[in-house]
Design a protein around this ligand. Structure first.
Ligand SMILES: *Cc1c(COP(=O)(O)O)cnc(C)c1O
Length: 377
């Protein structure tokens, strides 16, 4: 079986972990946490990094730190991971969904523009406070039109860069855009800590707020007196140790990912019945966080069937995200009634991704390509 993801842990991970154990520093108080925060922040040109336990809670803390709550609305793409919508909903706010671009799979800036015009200019909606920008699968969102809209309507920007560490938009690092950015270090991300995440910002006040929220809002002077409710979202020194070793290899990882993507594209471009990821635009070169495929209409079955057939040939796959407006949990809450976002609906049914991890070998890529040719012949 070729797994859909296998991380590479062949650097100093063991050495730094041994250091934690030898020194006894295993909790979030250990020195690697700060070092990892500074390393990531420097890499994405941010002043502050706040390490947390995963990318989902990074979003939750980011939303809370921006003061988004009851009665507010936040723009998110409907085609994303549940974490984005969950962070908004748990804050007591409401997600406002935008469809995807059919080629890049990222939020459709034109549809966003129309939505904001309709809601804010025409209906006078004053509830929309922020846009959560989510870079999907390896090609960043075209940020300029989004930043212009955010400025025009005075909206905050939360950048979910979980899939984009090491990527740039017009030469500027992903993770450096907007008021606050978040990362994940789950094992399928470019840098892993097993579980882990980070909040990134240039604002001293937001950074302080996030540090407090992450640590139960303990007061510096009166430790067990709390003026606000926080969470325990702390990252351990053990996790940060792995993260620092991983960061030493990020540049190598990025090259490896791009090579993997280019090889897949070379091998698969003769299959005319599938759409492949966009290789390059004028703002970025794909980093292939995962290598996604969308079945064109001429294929008589959907992604689920293709994945089943590939599984029978020993190829691991994962489906694309399932749109937020079609999530049973939100239907039960009465959200998004009657909404339709046709691009997201289509790619969620016709799309899936193939093995894309950092440990993937050239031979495995060849094998995946062979299996895909057979299944889609
Ligand atoms: C992975 C991911 C997350 C969640 O990160 P976890 O660490 O798994 O909680 C959030 N947003 C995006 C876009 C992701 O890819």
């Amino acid at each position: 079986m070729i797994p859909v993801n296998e991380p590479l842990l062949t650097g100093n991970e063991k050495k730094y972990l041994a250091e934690c154990i030898d020194t006894g520093w295993i909790s979030s108080e250990g020195p690697f946490v700060r070092q990892f925060e500074q390393g990531i922040a420097a890499r994405v040109s941010r002043r502050h990094g706040i390490a947390v336990s995963n990318g989902s809670v990074a979003l939750e803390a980011a939303v809370a730190a921006l003061g988004i709550g009851e009665g507010d609305e936040v723009i998110i793409p409907t085609f994303t991971i549940i974490s984005c919508a969950a962070a908004v909903v748990r804050a007591g706010a409401m997600p406002v969904l935008i469809d995807s671009d059919p080629i890049t799979w990222n939020i459709d800036a034109e549809k966003l523009k129309i939505k904001l015009k309709d809601e804010i200019d025409r209906k006078g909606n004053k509830k929309i406070k922020a846009i959560m920008v989510v870079h999907i699968y390896g090609l960043p969102v075209d940020m300029e039109p989004i930043l212009e809209l955010a400025e025009k309507y005075r909206l905050l920007i939360i950048e979910d860069a979980a899939e984009m560490l090491g990527q740039t938009y017009k030469g500027q690092p992903c993770g450096s855009y907007g008021d606050i950015s978040t990362m994940s270090f789950y094992p399928n991300k470019h840098v892993t800590t097993g579980e882990g995440g980070m909040i990134l910002t240039d604002s001293d006040a937001l950074a302080e707020k996030c540090r407090s929220l992450r640590n139960l809002c303990f007061l510096a002077k009166k430790r067990f007196v709390h003026e606000e409710l926080g969470w325990n979202f702390r990252m351990t020194n053990l996790q940060a140790a792995v993260g620092i070793a991983q960061m030493e290899q990020l540049d190598v990882f990025v090259i490896k990912k791009r090579k993997m993507g280019q090889k897949y594209t070379e091998l698969l471009s003769d299959i005319k019945s599938i759409d492949l990821p966009v290789q390059k635009t004028d703002y970025a070169e794909n980093i292939y966080w995962v290598y996604g495929i969308v079945l064109k209409d001429e294929i008589p079955f959907d992604a689920e069937e293709a994945m089943k057939r590939l599984g029978e040939k020993g190829i691991g796959t994962r489906p694309f995200f399932w749109p937020m407006h079609e999530q049973p949990v939100f239907k039960k809450m009465g959200f998004f009634k009657g909404e339709s976002h046709p691009v997201a609906e289509r790619i969620s049914r016709r799309g899936f991704y193939i093995p894309s991890g950092l440990a993937l070998t050239d031979n495995q890529i060849n094998e995946v390509s062979r299996a895909l040719h057979e299944v889609l012949a």
